[in-house]
Design a protein around this ligand. Structure first.
Ligand code: GLA
Length: 379
């Protein structure tokens, strides 16, 4: 049994004096390439990671939800028929319940414990993991059929409408639909997906800078608005509809900042499609080059990197066996991601940690990750 599964199972037994009837796991994610493209109806290429939110639970006969969060040492309680907005981690669970009920599903209560090993606020989608874990829990105890795309949409709406974070669809889609051994190419307009394998003999390695984002919602929303303004300039519904050729021919009417933002999104969409093609061909070299180019674009055009992320990426790119590296996720802090030759992975992890610590005085975390399945009921 997985360590986390053991942890929630024994915590459940301790609190409720019996074994749980259901164990649920919903993973965090790392995005290999395709950043800030999801809300532009574009393409993303994330993978679900072997770090997840775990729930151990049993159904209740009433409409109450009681959830003890081990990591926070905090118990959350609410009634499904009297949902009121509040503060904190429980809002993700309540938000999912709210949307499911708004969609006409009649939900049953449940009780249990939760624990997770996705670092919070690191850009690895601990919140999408929690939303999808909650969605799977409600679906399982309430006999709601599990449709992963639909549940990803509902979870995104929970985050947009209940929690108030205006995120795109990437994080919820990958937490719902990840596939072991693969990254997922997602068309964020049609929600069509394709599993693409990691190039043979490579590892995806997450490099946590040990910096956390502060007030980034406003920067995220500002980027969204700039992208919308650029799409309006080109007379299209979203930047997804602007090709690199059209951009090169017509962008000179844009102000400098909007032009930069649009250039990132339009070229990033291209890179993401090229990256998927490289992965299908098992071409680690090309994939790595695209990741490097993506970082430059985010640093210089979209301006969502940070000095620590830049140091981490620079250090990673110089190591033997590193095909490419870039910051990953919403930006401003958190994690970078690197594609590394498997036989160099252990040395890479050690050297990057030591060199980053020497340059910044910070204590980074390095995770050599395995791509996993999306949200699942284990038992
Ligand atoms: C955050 C959001 C996603 C996506 C990324 C940037 O993770 O939740 O929807 O926009 O930023 O690619």
């Amino acid at each position: 049994m997985n360590e986390m599964q053991e942890l929630v199972t024994s915590a459940f037994a301790q609190r409720l004096g019996t074994t749980p009837s259901l164990i649920i796991r919903a993973p965090g994610r790392v995005n290999i390439i395709g950043e800030h493209t999801d809300y532009n109806d574009g393409f993303v290429l994330p993978m679900a990671i072997d770090r997840a939110v775990w729930l151990a639970l049993r159904p209740r006969t009433d409409q109450q939800v009681i959830l003890y969060a081990l990591d926070m040492d905090d118990e959350g309680v609410f009634w499904l028929d009297g949902l009121e907005p509040g503060q904190g981690w429980l809002e993700y669970v309540k938000g999912v319940a709210h949307i499911l009920q708004e969609e006409g599903f009649s939900l049953q209560g449940w009780e249990g414990v939760m624990a997770g090993d996705v670092p919070i606020g690191a850009g690895l989608s601990s919140s999408a993991g929690l939303e999808l874990a909650a969605a799977r829990a409600f679906a399982a105890v309430s006999d709601v059929p599990w449709n992963p795309k639909q549940m990803a949409r509902f979870s995104q709406r929970a985050e947009n409408e209940w929690v108030g974070m205006n995120c795109g669809i990437m994080d919820q889609m990958i937490s719902a639909m990840g596939a072991a051994g693969h990254a997922l190419l997602i068309d964020c307009r049609s929600l069509e997906t394709e599993n693409v394998p990691l190039p043979p003999g490579t590892n995806v390695i997450i490099l946590d800078t040990a910096t956390r984002r502060g007030l980034v919602d406003s920067a995220y929303n500002e980027r969204r608005q700039q992208c919308e303004a650029a799409a309006a300039f080109f007379g299209v519904p979203a930047l997804r509809d602007v090709s690199v050729q059209t951009f090169n021919a017509d962008a000179n009417g844009l102000d400098d900042l909007t032009l930069q933002r649009a250039r990132h999104v339009i070229t990033e969409n291209n890179r993401t499609l090229q990256a998927a093609a490289a992965m299908r061909a098992g071409d680690a070299l090309t994939l790595g080059q695209l990741m490097d180019a993506s970082h430059v674009s985010m640093r210089d055009d979209f301006e969502i990197s940070s000095p620590e992320l830049d140091h981490m990426v620079d250090i990673a790119q110089l190591q033997p066996g590193c095909y490419g590296a870039r910051m990953t996720g919403g930006g401003f802090a958190g994690c970078a991601v690197a594609l590394v030759e498997s036989k160099e992975a252990a040395a890479f992890a050690e050297n990057v940690s030591a060199q980053y610590a020497a340059v910044t005085g910070l204590d980074p975390q390095v995770y050599i990750c395995t791509p996993t399945d999306g949200a699942e009921v284990i038992s």
